[in-house]
Design a protein. Structure first.
Length: 150
């Protein structure tokens, strides 16, 4: 698998990501984009934490869901879009660090359904710790141009 997505795929993923109000609200940003694999980074700040100072499970889950969705989108035709059918995430440890990073990886891309592995790491300096892991099923929405947004 290639290390970087093509410029066209990167542009499509970036344009879609920029239309996501929740990712913008959380302060998340796209990291690495490769065929079948996308990283999303969420910097630590008080607005994304819970009462003990850890990253909130809702924020952790949201960036994991989006990372998987965009990983799938990298393999879809230009006129297709993606919707999450379901996902399950296990919170393995309190999510803490300078930031958390979600990685979505396509396990199988089908004509209708795609399955992704979801991983979230707490990052502090050079230290990375797995804080959440899950799996996701996505639906390919065929042949429609999506231009919705605020």
């Amino acid at each position: 698998m290639a290390d970087q997505a093509s410029p066209e795929v990167r542009d499509r993923v970036t344009a879609s990501f920029e239309r996501q109000g929740l990712m913008r609200h959380l302060g998340a940003r796209l990291g690495h984009i490769a065929p079948g694999r996308v990283h999303i980074v969420l910097p630590g700040r008080p607005e994304v934490t819970q009462q003990h100072g850890y990253f909130h499970a809702g924020a952790t889950s949201a960036i994991a869901d989006s990372a998987g969705g965009y990983a799938a989108l990298t393999l879809f035709p230009d006129d297709a879009d993606v919707l999450t059918v379901e996902y399950k995430i296990n919170l393995l440890a309190p999510a803490e660090g300078e930031h958390i990073e979600a990685i979505g990886t396509v396990l199988r891309s089908g004509r209708t359904l795609t399955v992704c592995r979801l991983e979230v790491f707490g990052v502090q300096g050079q230290q990375r710790s797995l804080v959440a892991a899950g799996q996701q099923t996505l639906f390919r929405v065929p042949g429609r141009e999506v231009t919705r947004g605020p």
